[in-house]
Design a protein around this ligand. Structure first.
Ligand SMILES: Cc1cc2nc3c(=O)[nH]c(=O)nc-3n(C[C@H](O)[C@H](O)[C@H](O)COP(=O)(O)O)c2cc1C
Length: 176
């Protein structure tokens, strides 16, 4: 697992190779196995492979969603807020489970933030994504995980370059 965590970097350019069915199934399984507060499992995942829909998702935001343009797969993470107050946490955990599983399968991924972002002056990114994919209005949209075979190489951050100063020992500010 630590090797998968070390190797994972956000990938924003993908090759044209489609994600095979068996890998897609494993990604779906990983999402459904993600832990959720009180086992509410309030999430719903929209698996998008249709090219024209992915192109529309790529314009969800003025910045930060264009990377979807080359992605052969986009997994949209939504949840019913009325089912749990921890929906943001639950959807975030599922998003990261998807990213780490993608890495383990030799795929690249990138998180596209939707919650709290705007599509335009008139429309939130959530409203836009809901419209494009006909997602019911009771579901909130947290993120889109772009997945595909990497068309760019990104080196892992060196272990020595991590922000080790952010680790505190027993009491805040105390270093080991
Ligand atoms: C909550 C969250 C929201 C993010 N939103 C976006 C986004 O909208 N667009 C994007 O290109 N990257 C997005 N990212 C990816 C981050 O920019 C990236 O994880 C960060 O720069 C660290 O780089 P790394 O993933 O390669 O380690 C997001 C990541 C997280 C965790």
């Amino acid at each position: 697992m630590i090797d998968i965590i070390r190797q994972r970097r956000s990938i924003r350019k993908f090759t044209e190779q489609v994600v095979e069915e068996d890998k897609l199934k494993l990604l779906q399984e990983a999402a459904l196995r993600s832990p959720a507060s009180k086992s509410a499992n309030a999430w719903e995942f929209v698996v998008v492979q249709d090219r024209s829909l992915i192109q529309q998702l790529a314009t969800s935001k003025p910045f930060g969603s264009k990377l979807l343009e080359t992605a052969p797969l986009a997994i949209v993470i939504t949840a019913d807020e009325t089912k749990t107050e921890a929906w943001i946490e639950d959807c975030s955990v599922a998003s990261v489970f998807l990213q780490l599983t993608a890495q383990a399968l030799g795929l690249g991924s990138c998180w596209v933030q939707i919650r709290g972002r705007n599509h335009s002056d008139e429309k939130t990114a959530e409203e836009y994504v809901r419209e494009v994919l006909e997602i019911p209005s009771n579901l909130s949209v947290l993120s889109i995980i772009a997945v595909g075979y990497p068309a760019q190489e990104r080196r892992p951050v060196e272990t020595a370059d991590l922000q080790w100063e952010k680790i505190h020992s027993n009491k805040f500010g105390v270093k080991e």
